[in-house]
Design a protein around this ligand. Sequence first.
Ligand code: PEP
Ligand code: MN
Length: 338
Amino acid sequence: MIVVMKPGSTEQQVGHVVKLVREMGLKENVIVGEERTVVAVIGNDRFKDRGVLETVDGVDKVVPILAPYKMASSEVKRERSVVPLGNGATIGGKKIGVIAGPCSVEGKQQIIEIAHAMKEAGAVGLRGGAFKPRTNPYSFQGMGEEGLKHLAAARDATGLAIVTEVMSIDQVDIVCQYADVLQIGARNMQNFNLLSRVGECTKTVLLKRGMSATMEEFLLAAEYVMARGNHNVILCERGIRTFEDYVRNTLPLAIVPALQRATHLPVVVDPSHGTGKNYLVEPMCRASVAAGADGLIVETHADPEHAMTDGAQSITPEQFAKMMQSTRRIAAAVDREM
Ligand code: PEP
Ligand code: MN
C-alpha cells in the first residue's frame, strides 16, 4: 500500500507514519515528490490494518498498490525519475542520454581512442565489457580487471561515465571500484541473488531485458534492485527472441511508451543487440527516440571487421557521429534534447 501524505505535511508526521509501518513488521520507502510525500509500504500488508494509518495526522489517504512491482510502479511515483550516471550527467530528463562504445574492452589505446570520439559526438557514457557473457565457453571472455582499469583511464581522459557489465556476485566489489554504472545483462535479468546484491550498491544499475522476459518480469527484476534500497535503475530494451531471423533479435519499441505508463524509471534502447546489424542501428536509434526513449546504448568500434565481439552490429565513430546528428532532429521533433 501507499500512504499518501497531505500537501504540506511535516517531517514529524512522515516520521510517525514510518514508525507505525515498522511496528506492523513492514518496511517503508519514503518518496518525496514535487507536490507531496508518499510512503510506500513494502512487504505482505494484506492482513494489516490500513484504517489505523488513515487516521494519522498529515495522512491524506491509504491506497493499495495494484501492480506486483511496488517501488518501480508509476502508482507510487508519478513524476519520471531522473537517474544519475555518476559524472554529472543524468538519464530520464528532457535530455536524451547516449551511452556508446565497443562491445568489449580490447586494449587501453582502443578504449581511450573511441572514448574521445564518442565524447566529441555527444555521448555522456562509455560502454565496454570487461566481463563478457559468452554463449560459447571457448570464445573471448573479456579482459577482466585489466579491462576495468582501461575503462577507468578512459573516464579520466574524457569525463564519460563508465557503463560495464557485472556478471556475478563475486565481481560486484571489483566492478564497483572502477565503474559508474553497473550493467546487468539480458542473460542475468532473473539472477535474483545478483539483482539483490547490486541493490545494496550505491552505483546506478542499467538493467537489460531478458531475451524472453515479459514486461512484468522485467519490472519485477527492477523491483529486486529497488527493494534493497537502490532506486537508481535504468531499464534497457535490447530486443527479444522471436521466430524472425533476418535480425539477431526483434526490437519491440512499443515497450517504450508501455513502460513509461507502468513505471517512473527511465527507459533506454539498445538498437545494436536489438537488431544485430550495423545498417539497422541508425534507423532504430531514430525510431527509439521517436517512441520516447530516454536514452540509447550503442556499440561502436573503429574497425568493426576486426572487433573481438559483436562486430556485425557495431558502427564506426563516423557512422555514430552521423547517427547523432540525424537523431537529434527527431529529438527536437518530440520536444527533447540530445
Ligand atoms: C552487451 O551489452 O554487450 C551484452 C552482452 O548485452 P546483452 O546482455 O543485452 O546481450
Ligand atoms: Mn555486445
